[in-house]
Design a protein around this ligand. Structure first.
Ligand code: IPE
Ligand code: IPE
Ligand code: MG
Length: 230
């Protein structure tokens, strides 16, 4: 039996609480969170995981104070500009999932640049979910399907063709840090049969040991997909 997830997804939560606990501004928490991400791509790759997606900014996160949103966008700019080559060197292909509207034009341009620059890499797909919402993804797919002139009943495969990353397999394991027990609009459709793992650790404190613990827990799960025990 395959015990390592093919697609690991992480909801990067708790940057704000991490900062608060240290008496720092929230943005310092986000900065620490992005730094942690850099290290995690390497660790996840070393585990032999083929697809690694992270929830970095949701369609609802625009509701935060402008200063925090602007700060986050700048951190994404910085991260993309400075980390693409390191990820490429690891054999990482950078991809983005989410609505492209609303993202500042210069950041969008950098995202395209990062995707192009790493398009030939095949060791690990590193997927940044930015302005991502599961409901938005389904709606965007429905609208694109209608626009395509599709006639007749819609199958799962028809709809999936219009998802942000149709070729990426559904997440096998979804990890959420920082204690909240919810999906918050992440991979809604794709999470139908995902396994879940929750930890109280704030994202910037999530480390190799925490990753191993989550993966060990996953390895002990029995996935049945509605069928009977194998
Ligand atoms: C996760 O950390 C990062 C984003 C949602 C952008 P939070 O900012 O949600 O941190 P908490 O939940 O307030 O601690
Ligand atoms: C989910 O975290 C979104 C990301 C981690 C990007 P939030 O902190 O926004 O979620 P809620 O508000 O606690 O549900
Ligand atoms: Mg949060």
């Amino acid at each position: 039996m395959k015990t390592v997830p093919d697609h690991l997804a992480i909801i990067l939560d708790g940057n704000g609480r991490w900062a608060k606990r240290r008496g720092l501004p929230r943005l310092m928490g986000h900065r620490a969170g992005l730094r942690k991400l850099e290290e995690m791509v390497r660790l996840v790759k070393r585990q032999g995981i083929r697809y690694f997606s992270v929830y970095a900014f949701s369609t609802e996160n625009w509701n935060r104070p402008k200063m925090e949103v602007d700060g986050l966008m700048s951190l994404f700019r910085y991260y993309i500009r400075h980390k693409v080559d390191a990820i490429k060197a690891e054999g990482g292909r950078i991809r983005f999932a989410g609505r492209r509207e609303n993202i500042p034009a210069d950041l969008l341009e950098m995202m395209r640049w990062a995707e192009e620059r790493t398009a030939g890499e095949t060791t690990i797909d590193f997927i940044l979910c930015l302005n991502y919402g599961g409901r938005a993804e389904v709606l965007d797919a429905v609208n694109a399907l209608l626009e395509s002139g599709h006639r007749g009943p819609v199958t799962e495969a028809d709809l999936r063709r219009f998802f942000y990353l149709p070729d990426v397999p559904d997440p096998d394991l979804i990890v959420r840090t920082s204690g909240e027990l919810r999906l918050s609009n992440f991979w809604l459709w794709e999470a139908a049969y995902s396994e879940f793992y929750f930890t109280d650790i704030h994202w910037p404190d999530f480390d190799e040991a925490a990753l191993r613990t989550a993966l060990e827990d996953y390895a002990g799960r029995e996935r049945r997909y509605g069928g009977l025990k194998s």
